[in-house]
Ligand binder design. Structure first.
Ligand SMILES: [Zn+2]
Length: 122
């Protein structure tokens, strides 16, 4: 399953981003941007993330997925539009010379780390 590999990478990157001086740090939330052409099913990725996050500082983390629409641009007339169906033809001039300018992203935007020591200070 392709999502499992991605989930494991997210966990690895998130753990690597925890500052070394935070001994009891845990990850509260991971914000992810996923293009609709990245061939990732958000539900499936969330499910895999829960498995991959077990026994790591991410086990309570919330995976927030922002889906990025597919945007294409016609290389003939430069018009840009959001693609809703897999027909890659310019909406304006019908040219088939179209490039995808967004929709393939799979980026971690931010990782929110909490230091447990400071949260239960009394
Ligand atoms: Zn065009």
């Amino acid at each position: 399953m392709h999502e499992m590999g991605i989930a494991m990478q997210i966990v690895e990157i998130a753990i690597a981003s925890i500052p070394a001086d935070l001994e009891n740090a845990r990850i509260d939330r991971v914000n992810l941007k996923v293009g609709k052409l990245a061939a990732v099913v958000p539900e499936s990725l969330r499910f895999c993330f829960q498995i991959a996050a077990q026994d790591t500082p991410l086990h309570h983390a919330d995976l927030h997925i922002e889906e990025i629409p597919v945007v294409a641009r016609c290389t003939d007339c430069q018009v840009e539009w959001t693609v809703h169906e897999p027909v890659f033809r310019c909406e304006q001039c019908s040219s088939g010379s179209v490039e995808v300018i967004s929709g393939r992203e799979l980026d971690i935007i931010s990782i929110e780390v909490v230091d447990e020591d400071t949260t239960d200070a009394d």
